[in-house]
Ligand binder design. Structure first.
Ligand code: AMP
Length: 294
């Protein structure tokens, strides 16, 4: 496995690859959710590139950029074991040298709601760094997690809007055995908030049940069902529950696919997000529990 830190080196490495290239962008502190992306990429490409970059432009001024968990040594062991060929792990000044001024600015319903409303400029930072990674690595395929559903929608739109020659592959959310979606930020949870954290998954299950009990009902009933479950957990403070069109992120007036049930919940100082997706063929993507995962 080759470890590459500079833009000059990645451009040189790229000139030596042959066959399809799969890129898995990450911020490191890897877990099984990331591993499922590497496994899929490994199965589908001749060369697999992982990036590890805690991207400063997607963090707000009061967010957790400084304390975001990092453990490069452990990550490199996991990447080697997953059969990754190249790890691109640049510094912030390599990606954003002095004088950097050009950003990709997603606009409209896709970024005005949900995470975009809670985290101004977050998706501008995500879109900018993903476009830079696409330019530097020039993958045929890029792999993202359904866990970050709005990120998937923003990047899908960017690929379409800017005619980028890359195929996006989206993998289901990998969950702990109790339903908590795996996330690097779960390491912030203390024992009491960790014990409360499966409430997000339980709320999504209640939302799905409310939807299936009354498929024609107003999305407000589904949002209410999710909010009621979160309210039962004293450690949990609801940020939002939403039912949205999976592509445009506009609120749905009638429950119909492709839909997303979404929520964001604060547990102590930790803010967690999760979602279930209802596809147009009527199937649900509720993720994979770790015990079921191979
Ligand atoms: P991050 O390192 O958190 O930026 O995540 C890197 C990629 O892994 C993103 O595409 C995430 O959506 C994806 N990812 C994060 N958590 C999970 C999970 N639990 N299951 C599947 N994919 C995930």
């Amino acid at each position: 496995m080759r470890i590459v830190r500079t833009i000059h080196e990645i451009e040189y490495a790229r000139s030596q690859w042959s066959g399809p290239v799969g890129l898995v962008p990450t911020m490191g502190y890897l877990h099984e959710g990331h591993l499922s992306l590497f496994q899929t990429a490994r199965a589908e490409n001749a060369t697999v590139v992982a990036s590890i970059f805690v991207n400063p432009t997607q963090f707000g001024p009061n967010e957790d950029l400084e304390r975001y968990p990092r453990n490069l040594e452990r990550d490199l062991h996991m990447l080697a074991a997953a059969g990754v060929d190249v790890v691109f792990t640049p510094t912030a000044s390599e990606m954003y040298p002095p004088g950097f001024t050009t950003f990709v600015e997603p606009q409209g319903s896709l970024v005005e709601q949900g995470e975009g409303a809670s985290r101004p400029n977050h998706f501008r930072g995500v879109a900018t760094v993903v476009l830079k990674l696409f330019q530097l690595i020039q993958p045929q395929r890029a792999y993202f997690g359904q866990k970050d559903a709005q990120q998937v929608a923003v990047i899908t739109r960017m690929v379409r809007d800017l005619n980028l020659p890359v195929t996006l592959r989206v993998r289901p959310t990998v969950r702990e055995a109790d339903g908590l979606a795996m996330s690097s930020r779960n390491s912030y949870l203390e024992p009491a908030t960790r014990a409360a954290a499966p409430i997000l998954y339980q709320a999504l299950q209640a939302g799905r049940q409310a939807f299936e009990a009354q498929p024609t009902s107003n999305p407000a009933a589904v949002m209410q069902a999710m909010a009621e479950i979160v309210a039962q957990e004293p450690q949990a403070h609801l940020d939002y529950t939403e039912v949205r069109d999976a592509e445009t992120f506009l609120p749905l007036e009638r429950l119909q696919a492709p839909a997303l049930l979404l929520l964001a919940v604060r547990l102590g100082s930790v803010r967690l997000i999760d979602n279930f997706a209802l596809h147009t063929d009527g199937t649900w993507d509720t993720g994979i529990l770790s015990s079921q995962h191979t």
